[in-house]
Write a protein that binds this ligand. Structure first.
Ligand code: C2E
Ligand code: MG
Ligand code: MG
Length: 407
């Protein structure tokens, strides 16, 4: 069989089995992110053209010995450079950067890519090598950087081990704390609120993104503890925080926390009572996907909290594939538009999509917060669509109240 054609998965598996009799190889899986969104926004013809060209691009890479299309969005690649999996990851990553530079499509292609070393003479089933490559690929998506299997698993195992030993009496794990990023009025830049964001510098490992450890906390069943420590952290920090302006704090709450823990609503009310003297107001952020997947009890909880004066924000709007009908009975005071819409390169398209989101917010009677505002040009766009608030590095990085500010 000639190497340089796009294989089916079964053809690739057969090549892999043959190779593994003689040597170890790198198996990598590559996922085109958001293919469903691309199909729905730009049409299936464009999606099909992308799939065709993307597959050919991988086939053409000299590092890719064999390449297969596993599904329209998922590709598998074998390289013989078993001692250097990162060489293949780098080659794929650079090829995608080049692919985007050619501007063949009116959007940027984003990928997750992971790799594992499939070892010769191992008794493993071929599918388990795929499982390892896929796990590394999932981590790549969460960390926004290509991953090799053994690094991802070591991280996963360490986090699971620490979480497995947590109990309700504990305080947060060592070096876990919360920082607060300002949310600003678009009109004059004044601070309106702060979003609490969890940070964790794991001893011996380093700083790990919440995109990695929050899903593990949900899986292990300790997310309610983490969310409750986050809420409690405000008791100690609000004085320093509100010195910078604003008196409203926004917390990301996992749907699992609100669903599982009956006392969660009580905990939130207690926290508000404790901080009432400083006029603290509270916003709870729920992702659109979480609300779509866990309606029922979650809606009841959100409505109850709202009756107690807590405001509800729907987070990351536009990043999932939630049907608009799901918003019909959703309590929603703020619609937080995901930064990925603002970052679309085609300005005309970005503006159109932001306007659609603003229209939805108007229908729901909600205010709009645009996330990920990094530049003056992006702020101009945010102003043009009439958004109320903006959040992002243009206005400020998260503040750590434990570190005194200069002003
Ligand atoms: P999110 O709620 O959408 O938070 C906004 C994310 O955007 C944060 O990432 C923030 O650091 C990042 N960001 C802020 N400004 C900019 C910008 O101008 N450009 C770009 N590219 N990014 C910007 P972070 O801190 O890594 O948090 C990731 C996600 O983890 C959060 O997304 C939230 O869903 C979750 N998370 C964070 N802290 C907690 C927590 O205490 N509890 C729960 N349940 N989830 C949390
Ligand atoms: Mg948020
Ligand atoms: Mg968000």
């Amino acid at each position: 069989m000639t190497h340089k054609e796009l294989l089916t998965k079964s053809a690739l598996v057969s090549e892999l089995n043959k190779l593994l009799d003689e040597q170890s190889v790198v198996l990598s899986t590559v996922l085109i992110k958001n293919l469903a969104r691309i199909n729905s926004q730009f049409g299936r013809d464009i999606g099909d053209e992308l799939i065709e060209k993307f597959g050919q691009m991988l086939v053409g890479l000299k590092e890719c010995e064999f390449t297969a299309k596993v599904s329209p969005a998922l590709y598998a690649v074998i390289s013989k450079e078993a001692t250097r999996p990162r060489v293949l990851l780098k080659a794929v990553q650079e090829a995608v950067v080049h692919f985007n530079k050619t501007k063949q499509f009116p959007f940027l292609v984003e990928i997750s890519v992971g790799a594992t070393v499939a070892a010769m003479g191992h008794s493993r089933d071929v599918e388990s090598w795929f499982d390892q490559a896929n796990l590394a690929m999932v981590y790549s998506g969460r960390l926004s950087t290509p991953q090799v299997y053994h690094e991802s698993t070591a991280l996963d195992a360490t986090i699971r081990d620490i979480f497995g030993r947590l109990t309700a009496q504990d305080s947060p794990p060592e070096r876990m704390h919360w920082v607060y990023q300002p949310v600003n009025h678009v009109s004059d830049g004044r601070i309106f609120a702060y979003e609490a964001l969890c940070r964790w510098d794991i001893p011996g490992i380093g700083s790990v993104s919440p995109n990695v450890f929050i899903p593990i906390a949900e899986d292990v069943g300790v997310i309610d503890l983490i969310d409750s420590w986050g809420l409690m952290s405000l008791d100690k920090t609000h004085e320093e925080l509100f010195e910078h302006g604003g008196h409203c704090v926004s917390f990301n709450l996992s749907a699992k926390t609100l669903e599982s823990d009956l006392s969660c609503a009580e905990m939130i009310k207690d926290m508000l009572n404790r901080n009432r003297d400083c006029g603290c107001e509270l916003i709870i952020e729920m992702t659109e996907t979480a609300v779509a997947e866990n309606r029922g009890r979650l809606l009841t909880q959100l409505k109850e909290l709202r009756a107690h004066g807590v405001r509800i924000a729907i987070d990351d709007f536009g990043s999932g594939l939630t049907s608009l009908g799901a918003f019909a009975d959703l309590p929603c005071d703020y619609l937080k538009i995901d930064g990925s819409l603002l970052h679309i390169e085609d300005r005309h398209l970005a503006k159109g999509l932001l306007q659609v989101a603003k229209k939805l917010a108007d229908l729901l009677g909600a205010k709009v917060i645009v996330e990920g505002v990094e530049t003056e040009a992006q702020l101009r766009l945010v102003k043009e669509i009439g958004a109320d608030f903006a959040q992002g590095w243009y206005f400020g990085q998260p503040i750590d109240p434990a570190i005194p500010s200069d002003n």
